[in-house]
Design a protein around this ligand. Structure first.
Ligand SMILES: [Zn+2]
Length: 481
């Protein structure tokens, strides 16, 4: 395997609904990191995909009146094409109904079994269909699941259990020696205290009811049981590279939402310890995005469609808004008002205006490559250093802020120097060379965040040996009223 490989993943997403901006946010953040590493010459493997084996899928297919395979094909295609339209640069897309995944899950199950970490036991508890998980009595509100507002059913059945409790000490040791394993740090503290409070074994299979539609991956040698949610879904990260591939180079970063952090930071490492496989480098978790202050959900029908935003504001403006507005790891809110405000202030008046100004002034000049002024060199170096540091700490919003402060510097220079009034040709071309070089650096740094905009700016600046020719860059972000 080549040196400098970088493997990053998003969660696999349920196919019971189409993507909303919460999914888009997680995926765009991962994409920005993937593009950033690739630009640094690393060999990037970027995986996303769909989680299709759940009972939710069976119900969603029934509801839409489609044969289940037709349904999953259609939804997987919808997710894939959404990512293409949002400029996501994933190098692989995995579906949990694929043979490469099913084979890996069975193989992985065999490893847990060989380690003595699976046992069969009767389980009795309240099961929430919406969660696809058992729910504790004291979590209910008026007898209902507080999230799904449905009454959980009392389930009593034989399940396979995974000995998660056995890995408490090993997990705590691992956390103690890998202080960046979970980011942001406050989320890592939540994970640690959860594990410190003690771990219970977890159900890893469900009984297949004779009347239910057979769906999901059957337990090897026990086809009356289906492998349950996490014992199936998490393994996708290995399925994409194969067990040997994972042994050589496990994922560097799993990017997830905070609702599934515990599974990725507790159950998954324990599963890997049991299977004798290396652990991922880092799990990073973003917060939730509400729409006008309300949680987005299928039942409320208030999910904001990222493709709708992209159609009205542009793909890069959508990427920019999500990364700039919501500090990574924290919860954030989407509203049309905020989107418009950022669009007009930062993109139309900020970057778009700067690019138009500089290119308009420079288009009539034949510029020669020379030395930039010291303050321009410093501005660019500061920007590059800040972006590198901030992205290393997953502070996408602060990285973008650093780029925008370089843009402001350029704008101030145009105003203070009154560049459009400079008559002396040498002075004029020096000022324009400074500005064009700054614009070029801004575009290069933006490539990971806003790939299309970066390309448009770069394409307008043509370097030929020592000569620089600039074409006018018009209306990158037309004002929206
Ligand atoms: Zn529920």
């Amino acid at each position: 395997m080549p040196a400098g490989r970088f493997y990053i993943t998003t969660p696999i997403y349920y196919v019971n609904d189409k993507p909303h901006i919460g999914h888009a946010y997680t995926t765009i953040a991962a994409d920005t990191l993937a593009r950033w590493r690739e630009a640094r010459g690393e060999d990037v493997l970027f995986l996303t995909g769909t989680d299709e084996n759940s009972q939710k899928t069976v119900e969603a297919a029934k509801k839409s009146g489609e044969e289940i395979h037709r349904y999953t094909d259609r939804l997987a295609e919808l997710w894939q094409s959404t990512w293409v339209k949002l400029g996501i640069s994933n190098t692989d897309f995995i579906r949990t109904t694929e043979e490469r995944h099913i084979a890996t899950v069975k193989d992985f199950w065999g490893r847990l079994e060989a380690a003595g970490d699976l046992y069969k036991d009767r389980y009795e508890g309240l099961y929430c269909k919406g969660h696809e998980a058992f729910i504790k009595e004291d979590e209910l509100v008026n007898g209902l699941c507080p999230e799904h507002k449905t009454k959980p059913e009392l389930v009593s059945e034989e399940n396979y259990f995974f000995r998660l409790s056995k890995y408490q000490a090993q997990l705590l040791d691992f956390y103690a020696t890998h202080e960046d394993f979970v980011a942001p740090a406050n989320r890592f503290n939540e994970v640690k205290s959860f594990v410190e409070r003690g771990l219970e074994d977890v159900s890893f299979s469900r009984e297949l009811k004779p009347d239910a539609e057979p769906w999901g991956i059957p337990v090897p040698k026990d086809p009356g049981q289906a492998i349950y949610v996490w014992a199936d879904a998490l393994v996708n990260y290995i399925s994409a590279v194969g067990i040997e591939g994972w042994e050589e180079h496990p994922a560097d970063i799993h990017a997830v939402g905070k609702d599934i952090l515990r599974f990725h930071a507790v159950i998954w490492p324990a599963m890997l310890m049991s299977a004798g496989l290396p652990l991922p480098g880092q799990v990073i978790a973003n917060g939730f995005i509400t729409a006008n202050g309300v949680k987005m959900s299928k039942s409320l029908g208030n999910g904001v469609d990222p493709l709708d935003l992209a159609a009205r504001y542009g793909v890069d403006a959508t990427r920019y808004f999500l990364l700039r507005e919501i500090p990574y790891g924290e919860d954030g809110d989407f509203s049309e008002e905020k989107m418009k405000e950022r669009y007009n202030a930062d993109l139309a008046n900020g970057l778009g205006n700067f690019a138009a100004r500089v290119s308009t002034l420079a288009e009539k000049e034949m510029l020669k490559n020379s030395e930039m002024d010291v303050d321009f060199k410093k501005t660019i170096a500061d920007m590059d250093r800040a972006v590198r540091e901030k992205l290393g700490a997953f502070k996408f919003n602060e990285a973008l802020a650093a780029i925008w402060s370089a843009i402001s510097f350029g704008d101030r220079y145009v105003n203070e120097k009154k560049v459009w009034e400079i008559k002396n040709p040498g002075e004029r071309s020096r000022a324009l060379f400074n500005l064009v070089s700054l614009l070029e650096s801004v575009a290069a740094t933006l490539a990971s965040f806003m790939p299309e905009t970066s390309k448009k700016i770069t394409a307008a600046i043509e370097r030929n040996g020592d000569e620089i020719k600039v074409k006018k860059i018009e209306a990158l972000f037309p004002r929206i009223s």
